[in-house]
Design a protein around this ligand. Structure first.
Ligand SMILES: NS(=O)(=O)c1ccc(NCc2ccco2)cc1
Ligand SMILES: [Zn+2]
Length: 266
């Protein structure tokens, strides 16, 4: 037995606990990674699941920026003015940002798939838990720190209210570009049908921590080929670098392992 006397043992245990409580969601185990394929035959209908309550204030909309992975719209999150609650959530969550993932061609692009069907793009609305965490950075280290609403995009008619965002994209073509972007209501991108799937998962881009309650809306919204082409006109690269189009910024689906996907419909 190592020369472990009582004092040093206690200290070691305390350090280990402290370490564990700070990182209960390490990715090394990887038991709840995202995205996943939603196999509707294996989903479990949960009649107790209520519709998600969504209440956004367009005045919280701040800025549009290109972060080198995707473009994202950031929100003011110092108060409970743009929040979601109910559905599978125990607490209310504050909207921090929304962003998209899309493909170089329309046969790829979404992160989640449904019975292995891929959509050309997917919207993520990222919310954090102000009851358990002090800010969104802390939230990515907490088991139930984030709630992300996923909405599939399919090609069809032009999305008139999304056009305001599409028209602003050329101003953030390059990595780290940002512009003021005000008065946009993200509720215009939520499908009218409130049906969803929900499961415990992770961030789909680094640090891929297992801190997300996913709520995937069943119905897609429509955008036009021209609107999607504008997404693809952005660059991963900064000005002055060799230009690389920002496309195929989706993570492949991950193993479901011991998880169950719950559904609001039987
Ligand atoms: N694709 S995703 O929705 O799983 C995703 C991936 C990475 C982050 N990181 C940034 C972040 C953390 C909290 C708020 O913003 C956020 C969301
Ligand atoms: Zn995302």
């Amino acid at each position: 037995v190592r020369n472990c006397n009582l004092v040093s043992c206690t200290q070691n245990i305390n350090t280990a606990k402290q370490q564990e409580c700070q990182n209960p969601v390490t990715v090394s185990s990887g038991t709840r990674q995202s995205p996943i394929d939603i196999n509707t035959a294996h989903c479990v209908y949960n009649p107790q699941l209520k519709p998600l309550k969504i209440s956004y204030d367009p005045n919280n909309c701040l800025r549009l920026r290109n972060n080198g992975y995707f473009f994202q719209v950031d929100f003011e999150d110092s108060k409970d003015s743009s929040v979601i609650s109910s559905g599978p959530l125990k607490n209310h969550y504050r909207l921090k940002q929304f962003h998209f993932h899309w493909g170089s061609k329309s046969d790829r692009g979404s992160e989640h798939t449904v019975n292995n069907q891929v959509y050309p793009a997917e919207l993520h609305l990222v919310h954090w838990n102000p009851v358990k965490c002090n800010n969104s950075d802390e939230a990515i280290l907490s088991e139930d720190g984030l709630a992300v609403i996923g909405v599939f995009l399919k090609l069809g008619k032009r999305h008139d209210r999304l056009q305001k965002l599409v028209d602003a994209l050329p101003a953030v073509k390059h990595k780290d570009a940002a512009i003021e972007f005000l008065n946009f209501d993200p509720a215009c991108m939520i499908p009218s049908c409130s049906d969803y799937w929900t499961y415990p998962g992770s961030l789909t881009s680094p640090p891929q921590t297992e801190c997300v309650t996913w709520v995937i809306m069943k119905d897609p919204i429509e955008i036009s080929p021209e609107q999607l082409a504008t997404f693809r006109s952005l660059f991963y690269t900064s000005t002055g670098e060799k230009q690389k189009n920002m496309v195929d910024n989706y993570r492949p689906v991950q193993p479901l392992l011991k998880r169950t996907v719950y559904s609001t419909t039987s």
